[in-house]
Design a protein around this ligand. Structure first.
Ligand code: GTR
Length: 385
């Protein structure tokens, strides 16, 4: 019924499993120089992973510039007894300066008053900015800071649009215009997704300097375009021990070659400012992509990855999101990590958690909900970070 009604609304998309084309996924372990497959964790980390990471930069998300810049952080507002006195919370303004120009974005950070240092969860908010006053007044399920703190984690959240506007014509107002040097290959320059992920790393820089924060175990979390960002941010920044992508779909966890729901061609037409320009050259030839999205999960290995889907969110291709996790298994296995390998998906609302990877498919629509957070926090609690 859902498939019928969705297919009527959007006739140029495939929502039927039987129409998924035959395809072969690239083997994450196979070296691109023709020298066979890597055989050990060491070969993976030293030889294969750097090449694969650069392939993703050049073909999918773009290269971040390595220009010099200054960054400063200023406390805008502070509450030393947040959430019934259980946490300190701050609204912080990060300002990036380069060549006499600057850009500022705010984030809100909450740290539980705990006897032991705690890991932090950086949240990419692609919907709205939640100010300190707002989160103290009321819990928002999209970023349930009080719940996260009560579960023993610090957390910080920023709004994507403050870093790089989520618009075709937003370039001049965002951090890319500030940092781009103009010399790099225009086909493989970073775009908004990578800029948002970069900001997640700048939030982490600050969080790591605070009292009460552990040295390791930090996570990055995002929903939808924020979920694509979270995976890429963790690929670029190995300080993130865990990545959580919620309903991230095309260009996130979902396999591009399945062409189920949103396709590469479609996403590049709707959001030409998300992925690097070279990605657009694959619109009509996804099978020629040197990677698929399971390789993105492999880039995060042996660190932990959690992928979440919603059963009504066919646009994001839940099965394609699940199969990415399964198809990254050979890399986790090189490291001797227990990971999801079964090709059959779990039942609805029944998370499948292993040492290295986790997955659930929730009943309901495209959204990041309390239920998703609950499953994810359970995965974090299993302390394999
Ligand atoms: C949709 C887009 C998806 C997803 C979503 C979102 O319009 O097609 O790829 O990113 O937006 O971010 O909510």
């Amino acid at each position: 019924e859902l498939i019928e009604s969705l297919s009527k609304k959007r006739t140029d998309f495939n929502y039927r499993e039987q129409n998924v084309p035959d395809f072969e996924l690239p083997d994450p372990l196979r070296r691109s120089d023709g020298n066979g497959r890597v055989q050990s964790a060491q070969q993976w980390s030293q030889e294969r992973r750097p090449v694969l990471l650069q392939t993703f930069r050049d073909h999918v998300y773009g290269n971040r510039p390595d220009t010099e810049f200054e960054i400063s952080y200023e406390i805008v507002q502070e509450e030393s007894n947040a959430f019934d006195g259980t946490a300190i919370a701050k609204q912080v303004r990060a300002t990036i300066d380069r060549n006499g120009k600057s850009l500022s974005f705010d984030f809100v950070m909450c740290i539980p008053k705990s006897e032991r240092p705690v890991p932090a969860i950086v949240h990419i908010n692609n919907r709205y900015f939640l100010s300190l006053d707002q989160i103290l007044a009321d819990e928002d399920p999209f970023w349930p800071a009080k719940t996260i703190v009560s579960r023993g984690y610090a957390t910080a959240s920023f709004h994507t649009k403050h870093v790089d506007p989520d618009r075709r014509d937003g370039y001049d107002e965002g951090v890319r215009a500030l940092l781009d040097d103009g010399d790099s290959d225009p086909m493989s320059r970073w775009k908004s997704l990578s800029a948002w992920g970069w900001a997640g790393s700048r939030v982490l820089d600050y969080v790591l300097r605070q009292d009460g924060i552990a040295d390791s175990g930090h996570a990055i979390v995002g929903h939808s375009r924020g979920g694509k960002t979270a995976l890429w941010a963790a690929a670029e920044d190995e300080r993130f021990a865990v990545a959580y992508s919620n309903d991230s779909g095309c260009g996130g966890a979902a396999l591009s070659r399945r062409a189920f729901g949103e396709t590469v061609a479609r996403i590049n037409r709707s959001f030409p400012y998300w992925f690097c320009d070279r990605f657009k050259t694959y619109n009509d030839r996804v099978n020629e992509l040197p990677i698929d999205q399971h390789d993105l999960i492999a880039l995060i290995a042996p660190r932990r990855v959690y992928v979440a889907s919603a059963d009504q969110d066919l646009w994001a291709d839940p099965r394609g999101e699940y199969l990415s996790v399964v198809s990254a298994a050979p890399v986790y296995q090189l490291f001797g990590k227990e990971t999801i390998q079964r090709r059959s998906m779990p039942e609805l609302d029944s998370p499948r958690h292993t040492e290295a990877t986790g997955y659930h498919i929730r009943r309901g629509e495209h959204n990041l909900k309390h239920q998703d957070w609950g499953y994810f926090l359970d995965f974090l609690d299993a302390k394999h970070n």
